[in-house]
Design a binder for this molecule. Structure first.
Ligand code: ADP
Length: 498
């Protein structure tokens, strides 16, 4: 059963192959016109040969008809007169010769539809009233080609010329008899047969040549695609890291370009993953090193005072807090990187959420004597993930307080139009240098490392914020002047569309 299935899959794959299609197309393109041409030529030859034969026989019959009239063959047929007998013999001989020449039969029918002469001698005396004969008496010559039995049948009128009395010239004629002739077509059939045999041999040779050509072309034309596959396999198996190039066709160039771009992107991702791991290790190691230094210095000294112990222990606790903070932020970031369907979307009153967050952060602001103002332009209810939304707001307002000056201010504004709501946080803080603005969303990026350290940031806050904004299909932008302050704007759709 499985084997059968495997075989049918193989057949489908084979039928879908480009190579097979090229093979069939080239083969058909060669053979179909050749076969059509052959039939066209044969048909044409047959038609022309038959027409020519009819014309030749018809001519001879007309000459004979004139002889018949000239010798009164029809009117005197049964006369015993010596003169007529002689000319009758001559005409009979002519008739005989004609029928022998064309391997046929000539019947002479008089105006009573009676056969007075039959070169086969079997129908003499009989009456023939066939359609062709009647038509011929009415002046319509006819010829009929019986392809099946291989003969041509034709009727020829025997016309007696009427003489115009005044001029003495023949003007028109009276049909006094009909010659019903059938001639064999065997030589045409033979020629056709010979031609057909020769054409058949040629056709066979052509088919063989076309099969060979189709195989060569189908292999040659699909070779660049095989080249791409083996180049990609080399990259996949790690033998090569270089960009691949198959410039044979425009199409292969496009495929290879797309693959190279993908490879470049994967390399960037891989580099950034490595960089991230290095940064994480470094960030996690720093508090550890500090703690070890503190512990070592305590251990290496004899009789350390209780105060010094306490001081060192406090330092160690703050290092542990920092380590804890980094790990918490990292976990938040990892969660944020998961798929967007992990969002827990509910209808949230953004004004209430903003008030709650500001309430939580006010003690921090009070410590730095920073005034926090909330400006609500309208009531905003949006479909968002409440936890992630509060992370966004907390990070932005916390930064605005942290990186502020003494007695500074922070303004938070909430507004909405019919599609988006915006959350705007501005501060009177230290600002961000223009050249740093492009980097602040990077993981572990801090503008002023020493400054940030004393303020206590991990450099992950804005990375988390940006991820959360993007998960909501929103945007975040920043404007900042060094020494004067910064303003962050977050714009998020009111309704979430997955
Ligand atoms: P951190 O945890 O260090 O605050 P963030 O990712 O939140 O990390 O911020 C990255 C850096 O951007 C900060 O170290 C700080 O130098 C700068 N920054 C962020 N917000 C502000 C702001 N409101 N004013 C001035 N600098 C800011």
């Amino acid at each position: 059963m499985l084997k059968k299935l495997g075989n049918s899959i193989k057949t489908i794959i084979f039928l879908k192959s480009l190579r097979l299609r090229i093979f069939v197309i080239v083969l058909l393109a060669g053979i179909v016109p050749a076969v059509c041409l052959r039939y066209g030529i044969m048909e044409n030859y047959e038609k022309q040969a038959v027409e020519q034969r009819i014309a030749t026989v018809q001519n001879q019959l007309l000459v004979l008809a004139n002889h018949l009239i000239g010798n009164n063959y029809l009117t005197n047929y049964y006369s015993e007169e010596q003169n007529f007998q002689t000319s009758k013999e001559v005409i009979d001989a002519e008739l005989e010769m004609l029928s022998n020449l064309y391997e046929g039969r000539v019947m002479i029918i008089n105006s009573n539809f009676k056969v007075i002469r039959d070169t086969y001698g079997i129908s003499e005396g009989k009456t023939i009233i066939s359609e062709e004969v009647l038509r011929c008496f009415l002046g319509q010559n006819s010829s009929h080609y019986d392809k099946e039995h291989g003969y041509i049948e034709l009727t020829t009128p025997i016309v007696r010329a009427a003489i115009k009395e005044e001029t003495g010239k023949a003007v028109s004629g009276e049909i006094v008899g009909v010659m019903l002739t059938s001639v064999s077509n065997e030589n045409i059939v033979m020629t056709l047969h010979n031609l057909s045999r020769k054409a058949g041999v040629l056709e066979l040779l052509l088919v063989l040549a076309m099969i060979a050509l189709s195989i060569i072309l189908s292999v040659a034309l699909t070779r660049p695609f095989n080249k791409i596959t083996s180049a990609i396999n080399e990259v996949k198996e790690g033998y090569s890291n270089e960009e691949i190039s198959v410039p044979d066709y425009v199409e292969t160039v496009h495929i290879v370009d797309a693959f190279n771009q993908l490879q470049r992107r994967m390399k960037v991702l891989d580099d950034s993953r490595q960089e991230f791991v290095a940064n994480v290790s470094h960030e996690l190691k720093t508090p550890m090193t500090s703690m070890k230094v503190l512990a070592d210095s305590l251990l290496s000294q004899e009789g350390v005072s209780a105060e010094l112990y306490r001081e060192f222990m406090e330092d160690m606790v703050s290092e542990i807090d920092r380590e804890n903070q980094i790990i918490t932020d990292l976990l938040a970031l990892v969660k944020m990187d998961k798929k967007a369907q992990d969002l827990n979307i509910t209808s949230v009153n953004m004004n209430n959420l903003a008030e709650l967050i500001l309430k939580r952060l006010r003690p921090l602001a009070r410590k730095k004597d920073v005034e926090v103002v909330f400006e609500s332009m309208r009531q905003v209810v949006a479909e968002v993930d409440e936890v992630k939304m509060s992370l966004i707001m907390t990070n932005l307002v916390e930064n605005a307080i942290k990186y502020n000056k003494e007695h500074g201010w922070v303004k938070v504004r909430l507004d909405a139009d019919h599609q988006y709501f915006s959350f705007y946080v501005s501060d009177s803080g230290m600002g961000i240098p223009e050249e740093e603005l492009g980097h602040i969303y990077e993981r572990f990026y801090r503008v002023d490392k020493s400054h940030s350290k004393e303020i206590g940031g991990t450099g992950l806050g804005l990375a988390i914020t940006k991820s959360a904004v993007l998960a909501h299909k929103g945007s975040i932008s920043v404007e900042s002047t060094e020494g004067e302050g910064s303003g962050f704007t977050v714009k998020i759709p009111l309704t979430y569309i997955a």
